[in-house]
Write a protein that binds this ligand. Structure first.
Ligand code: GLP
Length: 240
């Protein structure tokens, strides 16, 4: 793992965007794996900025998102579909048909998951962006989930629901289930950039880098990948 420790979250976003911008300039047909959460918002802002300045284009870029909530509609303001449109897709020239997110249509979820896996097995993600949950989850691969999983439906832990409560009015509104790329899918990416900022990520980051590879801390699976860049601010790196 390559470790980059930054002064603050702004610098972490800058470092991550430099890598993505270079990739898009080298290969305009890049396949991106995208993440939600507050962490990558700064990266997406920088990508929008680079697009507006004419440095990069997304017209031939294909993207696959890591995860999506089950139990709320795509029109819900906290769906990851809305998140991606608000924070990135609405501001760049990516084609709607090239920007993929896992389905959250309960009526067709099984065949939709299969179709997502089929599409992902036929392509290769060039750069997968990742954040990390306070309990070491990546995407929505919660502690205990098997590393062999491809995209699947998952029950969210109480900690993850509490972590995400800040985006909802009441805990009862926070979805209990989600669809996520599995660890196996994530590890198939050519390159992975994991960004973590803030003290509440320090423990998970320490275990991810220095601890054993264990399903108890899903992000530790990244130790098995040959090209992972971990970009941290000082607070997230404070227990290393
Ligand atoms: C959610 C997402 C993850 C993300 C995590 C951390 O659980 N499914 O992909 O990494 O939140 O979010 P934040 O960046 O807001 O701390």
């Amino acid at each position: 793992m390559q470790l980059i420790i930054c002064e603050d979250s702004q610098e972490a976003s800058l470092k991550a965007s430099e890598i993505v911008i270079q990739q898009l300039q080298n290969n305009p047909k890049t396949v991106l794996g995208l993440a939600t959460g507050s962490t990558p918002i700064g990266l997406y802002k920088n990508l929008i900025d680079a697009f507006k300045k004419g440095k990069i284009s997304f017209k031939d870029v294909v993207s696959y998102n890591l995860d999506e909530y089950l139990g709320i509609d795509r029109n819900h303001k906290e769906s990851y579909y809305q998140f991606m449109h608000t924070h990135l897709f609405n501001h760049i020239d990516i084609k709607e048909e090239n920007a993929h997110l896992p389905s959250n249509n309960l009526a067709t979820i099984e065949q939709d998951i299969k179709a997502y896996n089929d599409a992902l097995s036929k392509t290769k993600i060039d750069i997968q962006i990742l954040g990390i949950g306070g309990n070491g989850h990546i995407g929505f691969n919660e502690p205990g989930t098997l590393f062999e999983n491809e995209t699947f439906a998952v029950d969210l832990t109480e900690q993850t629901r509490l972590d995400n409560l800040r985006f909802f009015n009441h805990i009862d509104e926070v979805p209990k289930r989600a669809v996520t790329m599995g660890v196996k899918t994530i590890l198939r990416s050519k390159k992975i950039i994991l960004i973590a900022t803030g003290k509440n990520k320090a423990d998970a980051i320490q275990k991810m880098i220095k601890g054993p590879v264990t399903t108890a801390l899903p992000a530790s699976a990244l130790q098995k990948h040959p090209d992972v860049v971990v970009i941290l601010d000082k607070a997230a790196a404070s227990l290393l």
